[in-house]
Design a protein around this ligand. Structure first.
Ligand code: TUI
Length: 321
């Protein structure tokens, strides 16, 4: 029997069938991906990142043609376009907003009065407590297994601490790709999962095939964290770009050198498929991704897999006794 996720605080809050949020991956999370995830029963997300406002507007119009289910927009708080993004979220009545890479106080103050549901992605207990006080509806606790810009604490250790520290529902992120990961997240007290890397490799993802193949080829030690010296550590698959970043770190190069080297690299990877000099942001879970499947199948597989794991932990439930 399928557990009734409608009874879960996260699905009730987000209005979707499964307590799963798609990661707000810059350049990757467009209308096609968001619609595929929402149509598969999760919450699809369009990443506003540094998108020019007219492009984000196009994506918001497009997603409505592809799904009538709830979806969200991720606001990257380090972006210079935050004001424009807020205007578009209001104009198109986006029901749910996730935030990353900063403190979302201003976003909450601005969007809360119109009823927008706000779910900040955070990476420490202090940040979780702060966003709860600021009025967040739920929180995504993102461990350092995740791809892109990350904190310093693992999912295994971060999630239970945040569950203990706040009253609002906690969604676990970082390293989750299959039923085992979903079951583990729930065992730690999370009421949902956020999944990024796995969806880069879904059929509907418009990411360049070479990027998808790099994730599929990745093994346990294929990831590296660069940029610690800049205060913005980023996890990517190892390539020529990450080796050059490591050299800069050894040399103690000034921040401007990192910025110069990093400019345009994510776009180069996602759009042009430059797997040597592009920024292949991806989580440690890359090692566990070995195929490209439709988003709906991935979601269904994760939750039916989780059920099997949970049943296996309680053998008496299957024995008929
Ligand atoms: O935001 C992410 N992941 C990202 S953002 C991104 S774009 C980027 N590229 C290069 C450098 C920086 C950004 C790629 N991947 N995940 C959510 C996340 N948010 N992880 C950690 C945080 C975070 C960090 C600081 C949340 C709050 C925060 O508050 C700052 C403070 O003052 O405590």
């Amino acid at each position: 029997m399928r557990p009734d996720y409608r009874a879960n605080r996260v699905t009730r809050l987000l209005g979707c069938a499964y307590p799963l949020i798609q990661g707000g991956m810059a350049w990757v999370a467009n209308a096609e991906l968001a619609a595929a995830v929402s149509n598969g029963g999760g919450l699809g997300i369009i990443a506003a990142a540094n998108m020019p406002p007219e492009l984000l507007e196009k994506e918001l119009l497009k997603v409505r043609t592809l799904t009538d289910r709830p979806f969200g927009v991720n606001i990257m708080l380090m972006s210079s376009t935050v004001e424009d993004v807020l205007g578009l979220v209001e104009k198109y009545r986006v029901p749910i907003v996730t935030t990353g890479a900063g403190s979302p106080g201003k976003v909450i103050d601005r969007l809360k009065p119109s009823g927008t549901i706000i779910v900040p992605v955070i990476a420490s207990v202090a940040q979780a407590k702060r966003v709860e006080k600021q009025g967040a509806d739920a929180v995504v606790a993102e461990g350092m297994e995740a791809g892109g810009h990350i904190g310093e604490i693992t999912t295994m250790v971060l999630v239970p601490q945040i569950v203990d520290a706040v009253e609002i529902p906690v969604v676990a992120a970082g390293g989750i790709v299959d039923g085992r990961g979903v079951a583990a997240a729930f065992a730690l007290g999370a009421e949902g999962v956020q999944v990024g890397t796995r969806f880069v490799c879904c059929t509907e993802s418009t990411v360049h095939p070479a990027y998808k193949e790099a994730i599929i080829a990745a093994r346990d030690r294929s990831n590296v964290i660069t940029g610690r010296a800049t205060g913005h550590p980023v996890r990517c698959l190892k390539n020529k770009l990450t080796s050059r970043f490591e050299e800069l770190e050894r040399e103690g190069a000034p921040i401007e050198e990192y910025e110069k080297l990093g400019a345009g690299r994510l776009r180069a990877a996602v759009v042009d498929g430059d797997v040597e000099w592009g920024s292949l942001m991806a989580g440690q879970s890359s090692a566990m991704v070995d195929d490209i499947r439709p988003a709906a199948e991935i979601i269904e597989g994760m939750f039916s897999g989780a059920e099997k794991v949970i049943r296996g932990l309680r053998p008496d439930t299957d024995s008929g006794r």
